[in-house]
Write a protein that binds this ligand. Structure first.
Ligand code: M6R
Length: 365
């Protein structure tokens, strides 16, 4: 039932504050992360874990890429991320004492399942799935399960399942960290950020009307470039995937530092560039990337932290995003970008919930 919403995609975008609260429910006790269902056996495995190998497809792969930034930053252990269809068909080398992780909304994606079954003969400590479907093959076939609890997602374009995956992956990062001696203060800081997340997402949703207006600038375009740096680079990738899926506009994401290495040649007045620019240590670098695009006549749409002091001017439209915690900023910035794809698709009149040529669950290769 779509309720008062025109499409499931919009309904599911708006469900995110409560989805995130559900994902966290019962998993934070006295400012500490405790995932009961993983139990003592998982803690023993985590203690021995010296590297992670994450496998997924599509949006779930983009969630894995964000997790890589968190894991390597907070846990100081290598986190390898690979697309399932690549991993399954090549000769891979396993880092000793590594944990194999799959991420999947459906738990039925053929390539991810095949990668999991390949991994069983590759000497991993154990397998763990971050999954939204409790009764799925992925859950059955994995040693450990962390359920994302996003509820049923009907729109083919994944939205609430993605944010629930990110929240789950952050909880998992802390859980592994605890078994490996992560300090209490870091844990408390991340927990605080997670607890504020539902209200930060709500604030982003309250700006939907402004995003709707902004989307008009994209509807007539044939291409869009998305730029991000650091943990926001995968968010730029996810935004590009979403725009492609639902609006059929060609979109590409680049790490902003790659601009000069090729994509800058594409910039002209018909190629809008979307920049994900939170106020972090990479902001100054991003500002020069913005200037590189502007000086070549490109129009920019910058999603920036209110405190980042990026001025709107000729060719630069700044969209303010309120996110107070660096660690969860990728999740907050996801919201306006999902809304952008949605509203562009609505103007274009596509079948938003059932984009052409796509299936919700890719159970065949
Ligand atoms: O069910 P899964 O998470 O394994 O699905 C993976 C992809 O097929 C999925 O994320 C796909 O890319 C979505 N349509 C993206 O919106």
């Amino acid at each position: 039932d779509k309720g008062n919403f025109r499409h499931f995609m919009l309904k599911e975008i708006f469900e995110q504050p409560s989805v995130v609260a559900d994902t966290l429910e019962g998993r934070i006790v006295d400012n500490q992360v405790y995932i009961e269902t993983l139990g003592d056996n998982a803690a023993k495995v985590f203690e021995q874990t010296e590297a992670l190998q994450i496998i997924a497809c599509g949006t779930s792969y983009n969630a894995a890429l964000v997790a890589k930034y968190w894991v390597e930053h907070y846990l100081n252990i290598p986190c390898l991320v690979e697309i399932a269809s690549e991993y399954r068909y090549r000769k891979t080398a396993t880092i000793p004492n590594s944990l194999f992780i799959t991420i999947s909304q459906s738990g039925e994606t053929a390539d991810t399942l095949a990668a999991l079954s390949k991994a069983k003969g590759e000497g991993y400590l154990a397998s763990l799935t971050v999954c939204n479907s409790p009764a799925s093959s992925m859950v059955r076939e994995s040693d450990f399960t962390l359920l994302t609890r996003a509820g049923t997602e009907i729109g083919v374009a994944s939205t609430k399942a993605f944010t629930a995956q990110l929240v789950s992956l952050l909880l998992l990062t802390i859980s592994i960290g605890k078994a490996k001696g992560l300090d209490k203060e870091t844990e408390h800081n991340i927990v605080k950020a997670l607890e504020h997340l539902p209200s930060e997402i709500q604030k982003a949703l309250d700006q939907a009307g402004d995003i709707d207006k902004l989307s008009e600038a994209f509807a007539e375009k044939h291409h869009t470039l998305f730029l991000g740096r650091g943990q926001q680079y995968p968010i730029a990738m996810e935004a590009a995937l979403k725009l492609k899926e639902v609006s059929y506009i060609h979109a590409e994401a680049y790490a902003a530092g790659e601009l000069k290495h090729g994509p800058l040649a594409l910039i002209d007045k018909d190629m809008p560039t979307v920049v994900v620019a939170p106020n972090d240590n990479l902001l100054e670098k991003l500002k020069s990337n913005i200037e590189e695009v502007r000086s070549r006549g490109g129009s920019l749409f910058v999603f920036a932290d209110k405190s980042a002091k990026i001025q709107g001017s000729d060719g630069i439209t700044v969209f303010p995003v309120d996110s107070s915690y660096n660690v969860t900023a990728p999740i907050v910035y996801t919201i306006p970008l999902q809304l952008l794809s949605y509203y562009v698709a609505v103007i274009k009149g596509t079948d938003v919930d059932q984009p052409r040529n796509l299936a919700k669950s890719v159970t065949v290769e």
